[in-house]
Design a protein around this ligand. Sequence first.
Ligand code: ADP
Length: 492
Amino acid sequence: MSKPLNILFVSSEVDPFAKTGGLADVSSSLPKAIKESGHEIRIMMPRYRFISERKFKLHDIIRLKDIPIPVGEAAELGNVKSSFISNLKDKVQVYFLDNAKYFGRDGVYQSPASKKDYQDNDERFIFFCRGVLETLKRLGWQPDIIHCNDWQAGLIPGYVKTVYGDDAFFKSIKTVFTIHNMAYQGAFPGDSFQKSGLPKEIFVPEGVEAYGKFNFLKTALYFADAITTVSKKYAEEICASDEMGAGLNGLLAHRKKDLHGILNGIDYHIWNPLTDELIYRKYDVKSIEAKIDNKKALVKRFNLEYNDTIPLVGAISRLVDQKGFDLVLEAMDDLMKLDLQFVLLGAGDHKIEKKFESYQKKYPSKMGVFFGFDDELAHLIEAGSDMFLMPSRYEPCGLNQMYSMRYGTVPVVRATGGLDDTVEDYAGGKGTGVKFEKYDPKELVKAVHRAMKIYHQPDEWKKLMRNGMAKDFSWEHSARQYAALYRELLKQ
Ligand code: ADP
């Protein structure tokens, strides 16, 4: 076998330490899968104040204390703590970059009270990106690859190629950048650029400037040795249109030969109905009847009445424009005419929450809502629902549709990005879910209606459930694709 690689994985959220969405799931399960395949991989993330020192047994790394990290004219001090994530077999070391001024807060990107982004997110993540590289040097551990994720880590490929371009320590390191969502770019006013310490000649429209702003994501797309995104379909979509490429499609199309679509997997140690401690009753494909006890527990939780013949439709989501809940709201009166029940777990846009709340009041016997972030309830919804609704406007990969299939919960999705790549429309006994194409409330209602028709043919429905449960969405395959990409860059 060829020699194992050393990889540093950089992310602003990693489950179970900090999570606002799927990035956290990926940033914990992908490194574990890469480690399992025989490589050395370590993670670096910010140490937000809410990451409990006791719960996660964080310990200081004395030799990584008070590292001066340039931010603008000043040098801010960074300290590094460490912990592990593990599955049954392997442990992955996690380094936390600590600085009370930037990360001693209760939110990840925004204040939980005001739901507004922190004003100094530019400085916070300049500090983080530069701090990662300064930490590496002091650690004396030289990775072959630095794998960066989303805009919060986007300056790293830029630093490696410019500020640290002549530094022997970084000379042979290659950078990989993964786009989890083009809509979040980290675009800041031009004067943020000075704080980065990057050379001023790159702040031009042909470089890291986009529409007059300093753009962290564009910096990564410009400098990274390879770019990946989380499904093949999304990789095509973001090159093809201004809307999907969020204004950076030109640069993406230019880098098309370095852009790879590698589908996310799911962590079967966490999302497996046979071992899931957070659900009411465990089951698998052989004991599929036990799923019904989870449905009973779930409807009870939402104060709805249990009825064997009525399908329960679940949804779990960040309530933001991308996820298509405007479509659900527009379709709500028509959906409620159908003989179904609907439960929603979501957090995000206050206006969307309010609208769902008023529909819940209008249809109290058919609909339940819970606003907030609740991991335990998320697991119960996956286990207890009959169908899972994901009507996204766009979806880089999406994880919940894959969790749903694993739990025998039939996904009803719009055919975009990773949803299109992972769900096969059911027909003639084949397929794993129900898909609709057009972003239109009528199409959504039609799709739910079609799913209900199958639901009322119990043998067909069981087949559909089983098809989904039999799918293999484990990380193994994707981890192999990442390792092959790393080797290609290193010419090993
Ligand atoms: P995104 O990353 O765009 O939010 P994904 O489908 O890739 O979408 O991942 C979402 C992850 O976050 C899933 O693990 C999902 O269960 C979880 N999640 C989203 N909203 C909530 C919530 N309100 N409570 C608990 N978990 C949530």
